[in-house]
Write a protein that binds this ligand. Structure first.
Ligand code: DX5
Ligand code: ZN
Length: 216
C-alpha cells in the first residue's frame, strides 16, 4: 500500500479555501487534514465548524479532522454531520478514551487518537484494538511550520510493533514538520499517512510537492 498524503489546511490561504481545496482535489493527495484548535488544549485557535463546512462544500476527498480541544465528546455528532471521515481526538484530552472512541464509531466515523510528543506509545497498550488511526505528533501541537522532532522515528517503530502484535489494521499517521527530508525514513519506520502543511502550501507548486511525497 502506498503512503497516504494529507495536506494540512492550516497552512492554506484562508482567503482562497475554494482554490486550495480544488488544488487538493486535483492532486495526488488522499485526504484533507483539518486542524481544529480551541486555545485551551493548545495555545492557538485555528478555525471552527463554519469554516469546516465551507471546505466540505468543495472537498472531494475524505476529511481527516484533528481535534486539539478539551472534552471533544461535546462535538462528536457535530463533526459527523459536517462530513468527517476520520475523527482524531487527543489521548491527553480524554478522561474516558474508550467511551469517546465508541461514540465516534457509533456516529459512523473512523476513530483516531493523537499522541503529544511526550506521551509514550505504551499508553495505548490497552486500547490499540479500538483505534483505527494513531496520529503521532512530531511537533508540539498548536502551530504549523515547526521543526520535526527526531524521536518520532523510534515511536513509529514501537507503534508498528504494537499494531502487529494485535493483528490490527490501525493506520500510523505522522503530523508536524514533515518534508522530503524525513518522509522516506518515516515510511520505512512504518508510517501509513503523512500530514504536510508548510511543505505543501509554502511551495511554489503545491501539487508537485504532494506528488514528491506520494512517489517516495
Ligand atoms: C499542528 C497541526 C499540524 C500542522 C502541520 O498542531 O496538527 O497538522 O498543520 O503543519 P506543518 O506540516 O507545517 O508542520
Ligand atoms: Zn494536525
Amino acid at each position: 500500500m502506498s503512503v497516504k498524503i494529507a495536506p494540512s489546511i492550516l497552512a492554506a490561504d484562508f482567503a482562497n479555501l475554494e482554490r486550495d481545496s480544488k488544488m487538493i482535489n486535483a492532486s495526488e493527495a488522499d485526504w484533507f487534514h483539518i486542524d481544529i484548535m480551541d486555545g485551551v488544549f493548545v495555545p492557538n485557535i485555528s478555525f471552527g465548524m463554519p469554516v469546516l463546512a465551507a471546505i466540505q462544500k468543495h472537498a472531494k476527498k475524505p476529511l481527516d479532522v484533528h481535534l486539539m480541544i478539551i472534552d471533544p465528546d461535546r462535538y462528536i455528532e457535530t463533526f459527523a454531520d459536517l462530513g468527517t471521515t476520520i475523527l482524531t481526538v487527543h489521548y491527553e484530552a480524554c478522561n474516558h478514551l474508550h467511551r469517546t472512541l465508541q461514540k465516534i464509531k457509533s456516529c459512523g466515523m473512523k476513530a483516531g487518537v493523537a499522541l503529544n510528543p511526550h506521551t509514550p506509545i505504551s499508553s495505548l497498550n490497552s486500547i490499540i484494538q479500538n483505534i483505527d488511526l494513531v496520529c503521532i505528533m512530531s511537533v508540539n501541537p498548536g502551530f504549523g511550520g515547526q521543526s520535526f522532532i527526531e524521536n518520532t522515528y523510534a515511536k513509529v517503530s514501537e507503534l508498528k510493533e504494537l499494531i502487529q502484535l494485535h493483528n490490527s489494521s490501525c493506520l500510523i499517521e505522522i503530523d508536524g514538520g514533515v518534508t522530503d527530508a524525513n518522509a522516506a525514513s518515516l515510511i520505512r519506520a512504518g508510517a501509513d499517512v503523512l500530514v504536510a502543511g508548510s511543505y505543501v502550501f509554502k511551495a511554489k507548486n503545491p501539487a508537485e510537492n504532494i506528488k514528491l511525497l506520494k512517489d517516495l
